[in-house]
Design a protein around this ligand. Structure first.
Ligand code: IVH
Length: 446
């Protein structure tokens, strides 16, 4: 049913439109099951925007029009977290995972523990407060105690509800004031598209999707955040600083029922054997996921047991992050050359003394851009640590030993292929070949 019956008073039409748009946003962005076309959706949003412009007194902070961002601000203010945002202890490999389980069982004197397994999404954590069902505050993790206020930016993330359905709350017997924590990520395809656009428009490129997500969320101009594709996956719910349900599994289900996106790759695992199996299975398919993960998280399902296990100064004793040790190796940078991309962007590349990393011989590693070479303090001849994870292009992590005969890398002044003079715009990280007929550019674009 169309919700824009124009015989309604503006107040009613606005209310109907908002409800309608919220339902379609949830169908599209959270459930991936749209019922109307993008054009129909845009039409309703535009109608709402027009009505709100004509009736500024009827604008509310939870209106779907907040999705497009507002006027830029001067900086971010800070605010204290309702409770500290802690980190997770790591377990590298199965043995360390079993050690974690043994320790936990010892502490609570249990034979087996039920865990919830989740992906460890590689983004940035965000705490989002709702008052009277509406989003009122979004805070980055910051130092864990105090975060930056990024409410307007978070409001542009389409999978994050601005207002919570009253019936859903009632059904779960939850109050209308609470906090949800989760991870903001940028999908890999959105990250690649963003970097391509950045190159074309002389903007700065991002080293990985996590940096892109963090940079995009912390934009002073929230309309830029709105133009970037970010997702919010919820993983925790707090009412007055405590989890309001007896089991973490129920928390995840409640979050989904409240309209949040909850990662579907989750499992309720009875005992450490099932947990180990879950971790292996999830890590094995990480390359096929649409976003990056840096491990799998196991959390004790029972909140009562979580409470009994408690916390160390920086991490809960009831959760652990299972990770694969990144495959690293040490070698020498014999030279640095440059590559010409499709857009003419010139990227430096380390020519390595060939070295085996996890059974694969590596002889090249990306250096991203000139600034990255500087950040690493890298010169030709230096000993470096390189890292390879999955199919990703190997990268230089750090310099471990400077060579006595090291020589600085000089970005060429001319294109190594067509010899055209390179251009670097003021404040730009990237130098590029401006020749649209450059053979290297043409070859890359095929
Ligand atoms: S739970 C007290 N669950 O990992 C534990 N964290 O090292 C709270 N993260 O800062 C975190 N995916 O940004 C949890 N499914 C997940 C996660 C997750 C990613 C991040 C989060 C946190 C960091 C902890």
């Amino acid at each position: 049913m169309a919700a824009s019956g124009s015989k309604d008073a503006p107040e009613q039409e606005i209310a109907k439109l908002r409800e309608d748009i919220r339902r379609h946003e949830h169908l599209y962005y959270v459930l991936d099951q749209p019922e109307i076309s993008d054009a129909e959706f845009d039409e309703r949003m535009q109608r709402l925007q027009k009505l709100e412009e004509a009736h500024p007194d009827l604008v509310t902070p939870d209106s779907p029009t907040k999705r497009v961002g507002g006027t830029p601000r001067a900086g971010f203010s800070k605010e204290a977290h309702s409770s500290a945002m802690l980190s997770l202890d790591n377990a590298f490999g199965e043995d360390e995972l079993r050690d974690f389980d043994r320790r936990a069982r010892g502490l609570i004197d249990a034979d087996t523990i039920a865990y919830v397994g989740e992906l460890k999404l590689d983004g940035l954590s965000l705490a989002v407060r709702f008052e009277d069902r509406s989003m009122v505050l979004a805070l980055t993790r910051g130092d864990g105690e105090t975060g930056e206020i990024v409410t307007e930016n978070a409001q542009t993330i389409r999978s994050l509800p601005l207002v919570i359905n009253e019936k859903a709350l009632r059904k779960l017997d939850l109050p209308s004031t609470f906090e949800v924590r989760g991870e903001v990520v940028m999908p890999i395809d959105a990250f690649q598209r963003l970097n391509a656009t950045q190159l074309r428009t002389d903007g700065k490129t991002f080293a990985n999707p996590r940096n892109a997500a963090a940079g995009s969320l912390r934009m002073l101009d929230a309309s830029v955040t709105a133009s970037r594709r970010l997702e919010f996956f919820a993983y925790s719910l707090l009412v007055d600083g405590a989890t309001p349900l007896p089991r973490h599994w129920q928390v995840l289900e409640a979050l989904a029922a409240l309209g949040f996106k909850v990662n579907p790759h989750r499992g309720l695992l009875h005992g450490i054997d099932e947990a180990v199996e879950f971790c292996d299975k999830q890590l094995a398919k990480r390359e096929s996921l649409p976003y990056e993960i840096d491990g799998v998280v196991l959390k004790v399902d029972s909140l009562e047991l979580q409470r009994r296990l408690g916390y160390t100064s920086k991490a809960p004793r009831w959760a652990v992050a299972f990770k694969l040790r990144a495959q690293q190796a040490e070698t020498v940078v014999d030279d640095i050359d440059v590559q010409v991309g499709r857009t003419g962007a010139i990227t430096p590349r380390a020519i390595l003394r060939p070295v085996s990393v996890g059974g694969v011989t590596v002889s090249r590693a990306t250096l991203h851009n000139e600034d990255e070479v500087e950040r690493l303090g890298l010169e030709i001849g230096d000993h470096v640590v390189i890292e390879r994870s999955g199919d990703v292009i190997p990268k230089v992590i750090r310099v471990v030993k400077q060579a006595s005969d090291r020589r600085p890398f000089q970005m060429p002044k001319n294109c190594p292929v067509c010899k055209t003079e390179l251009v670097r715009e003021e404040g730009e990280a990237i130098r590029r070949c401006p020749n649209v007929n450059c053979p290297a550019r043409l070859e890359e674009s095929i």
